[in-house]
Design a protein around this ligand. Structure first.
Ligand code: SAH
Ligand code: SF4
Ligand code: F3S
Length: 458
């Protein structure tokens, strides 16, 4: 906790110095996945290091930044809507920057669609942010940081401005080389490149010194990690992070089934701080569709990995991502996905309607499924999954589990937290003073909903 206070003092000084130098204020809004959220923490730290001060609204800011997501069409549209909403601010001398996946995907076309934008940079160019900021301050417009899938560099900084009070993120691998036929990520985040295990462990120790007890390792495919020093496999690195003094919980996301090895389950079995949760996106239960998606595994391959996870000594929770209505998905393909849901009995499913994306091979596949049919399948899947979760979650009534406190819900007189399995737990406590976020309590589970558990601290 002392380290948190120190950091606040450093921040206050940077704020003072920044506002003395010039009015270098910025507003940053983040869209998309956890990798983007963590990139934003690093971008904020880099800006603060350059004398900038973060403000809470577009109106107060001199520089407005959007860290964007392009995974589905809706996500991309959100960004352009936001830019349109605020374009009047340009006339007040404010400058705009577009960062992240839409920036990389659309590149200089953004200047045509939104001429008041001065900076466009994909995540693979963030190392050059200080230089780009200097050019921006000198009045330059149309500054770009765009990657051509060549860079081997990762974005590492000592100045990460961690926004999450209780969870410290570490990106261990950037980019993606998998090229699933529907996905923009290989084009927006550059090629797969891992950080050295030495640097990851150094950051893990720093995070522990700051007072954090939970670490989440990040990567588009976190388990495709390849140590450039050749010292550690992903499972070994996971275990080593779990053994850092002061760390009580380690999570990792997202695991790709193709690279999911048995030693990951062995590590979870062996190292108590590794959480009881694996997010293993399957996308479809049909071999034919998986092939068209270029996922490079079959349903059998996937289920074998699920069997390893289920054979663990620990109660490892499994979650997944599913795409409904991929071009050519027949009713029979969809039924196979429904059957897979029933077989795995996931604790959580993120299901999406297929969205045709620029540059991707699936864009030219004949997509003849009517929107209403896709919507119907998605709803059927969500309904089925809700029932599965209702059963799964209610099995935990009567258990005593460890919960990390995330906040309070005063209106309901409840404390909100999360279990090792990543399940939300809302509970009451006999103590009059609410426990601090980041503290751990033992909770007796007394009730269950399809998406959360209810209990009392014991
Ligand atoms: N690297 C991870 C997924 C990252 S993207 C993996 O391969 O598992 C997060 C999720 O978004 C994907 O798992 C997929 O379910 C969904 N997604 C990606 N592209 C999509 C598209 N074009 N349409 C709909 N959903 C998509
Ligand atoms: Fe996209 Fe496939 Fe890479 Fe995941 S593995 S980020 S779905 S291309
Ligand atoms: Fe979106 Fe880019 Fe993440 S497309 S999901 S922000 S990798």
């Amino acid at each position: 906790m002392r380290a948190f206070r120190l950091r606040a003092a450093e921040k206050a000084f940077a704020v003072y110095w920044g506002s003395m130098a010039t009015d270098k204020t910025f507003y940053l809004e983040t869209f998309g996945c956890q990798m983007n959220a963590h990139d934003s923490e690093k971008v904020i730290g880099t800006l603060e290091q350059q004398g900038y001060r973060q403000v809470e609204s577009e109106e107060e800011a001199g520089l407005i930044l959007y860290n964007t997501c392009s995974i589905r069409d809706k996500a991309e549209q959100k960004v352009f809507n936001r830019l349109n909403d605020y374009k009047k601010l340009h006339k007040q001398g404010k400058r705009f920057g577009v960062l992240g996946c839409v920036a990389q995907q659309e590149g200089e076309k953004i200047f045509e669609r939104a001429p008041y934008v001065s900076l466009v940079s994909g995540s693979a160019s963030y190392r050059k942010l200080p230089e780009m900021l200097t050019r921006l301050e000198a009045g330059e417009g149309r500054i770009t940081g765009l990657d051509d899938r060549q860079t081997d560099e990762t974005f590492e900084t000592e100045f990460t401005a961690r926004q999450n009070q209780y969870r410290g993120y570490i990106t261990i691998i950037e980019g993606c080389d998998k090229f699933c036929s529907y996905c923009v990520v290989p084009y927006t985040r550059g090629k797969e490149r891992s950080r050295t295990s030495t640097s990851v462990l150094h950051e893990a120790r720093r995070i522990a010194d700051l007072g954090y007890t939970e670490i989440q390792l990040l990567g588009q495919n976190v388990n495709s990690y390849r140590d450039p020093e050749g010292k550690m496999s992903f499972a070994e690195l996971l275990a080593a992070v779990g053994e850092v003094a002061g760390i009580r919980r380690v999570r990792f996301t997202t695991s790709h089934p193709r690279d999911f090895t048995r030693d990951i389950v062995d590590a979870i079995d062996r190292v108590p701080t590794l959480c009881d949760h694996v997010h293993l996106p399957v996308q479809s239960g049909s071999a034919r569709i998986l092939k068209a998606m270029a996922r490079e595994y079959s349903p059998e391959w996937y289920l074998e990995r699920v069997a390893w996870i289920k054979a663990s000594r620990r109660q490892i929770s499994i979650s997944t991502d599913i795409i409904v209505g991929f071009p050519g998905e027949t009713e029979d393909d969809f039924i196979q996905t429904m059957d897979l849901l029933a077989e795995v009995e996931y604790d959580c499913v993120f299901a999406f309607k297929y969205s045709a994306r620029p540059n991707t091979p699936a864009l030219v596949m004949i997509d003849s499924i009517p929107e209403a049919e896709t919507a119907k399948r998605l709803q059927a899947l969500l309904d089925r999954q809700r029932e599965i979760q209702r059963v799964n979650y209610s099995k935990q009534i009567g258990e005593i589990i460890e919960v990390m406190v995330e906040g309070t819900n005063p209106a309901r007189g409840q404390i909100a937290g999360r279990s090792s399995q990543n399940k939300p737990v809302n509970f009451t406590s006999p103590h009059p003073i609410a426990p601090a976020p980041g503290s751990y309590l033992r909770v007796m589970i007394t009730g269950a909903y399809p998406n959360s558990l209810v209990g009392e601290s014991v």
